[in-house]
Design a protein around this ligand. Sequence first.
Ligand SMILES: [Zn+2]
Ligand SMILES: [Zn+2]
Ligand SMILES: [Zn+2]
Ligand SMILES: [Zn+2]
Ligand SMILES: [Zn+2]
Length: 206
Amino acid sequence: MVDELDTFPPEPPADPEYCYADDKIAEEYLCEVCRSPLQNPVTGNCDHVFCEKCIDIESNCPTCNEKVSEISKIKLKRFLALLDKIKIVCKGCNQEMERGEFSSHKELCPLVCPKECGLIISRKLWHYHSSHCDRMIKPCTAAEFSCSWIGPKAELEEHIKTCPIEKLRPAFDKVRNESISYVTGHKYECSWRNGKLHGYSYSYSN
Ligand SMILES: [Zn+2]
Ligand SMILES: [Zn+2]
Ligand SMILES: [Zn+2]
Ligand SMILES: [Zn+2]
Ligand SMILES: [Zn+2]
């Protein structure tokens, strides 16, 4: 048996990160606070430029020490386009690209299956692969009827053949269907009674 008990369905792997390909990035593309290339650039009343997350209203600009009483988004398209042209390297696959391409690359970035089945998939397909990978840890199909077996998908089929609880499924299903029709039947009876009590408008609105 397996000692590892995965969350099921498995969490998708975290998004890849990136770093900058070149460490000599022109000064005008750097945030005055974090000194990295600007992310969602904003400007204060002093005209210095910051990442949106790096500056708060009422704080002081680290460069000129003026109090920031107003923050506005930079709308200069040419400047924003230049920021998106900065070369980065995806930490997931070491591929070099422009920063503007990264958000769509994240989905396609190749991912080595963390279950070591030997496949390399694109992140977008992770969800599909996670339910088909032979190494993925899965619960028994009769888990809803409290079979506690859990193991690699490759062994699940073998287990189902011998699972005593799965064998009882037709009986369980019968009981369940009967109790469902009892519950719905009971509900109809109740609303019929309510209709009688409160008049027909009530039963219409229900
Ligand atoms: Zn910053
Ligand atoms: Zn300033
Ligand atoms: Zn990548
Ligand atoms: Zn796999
Ligand atoms: Zn089972």
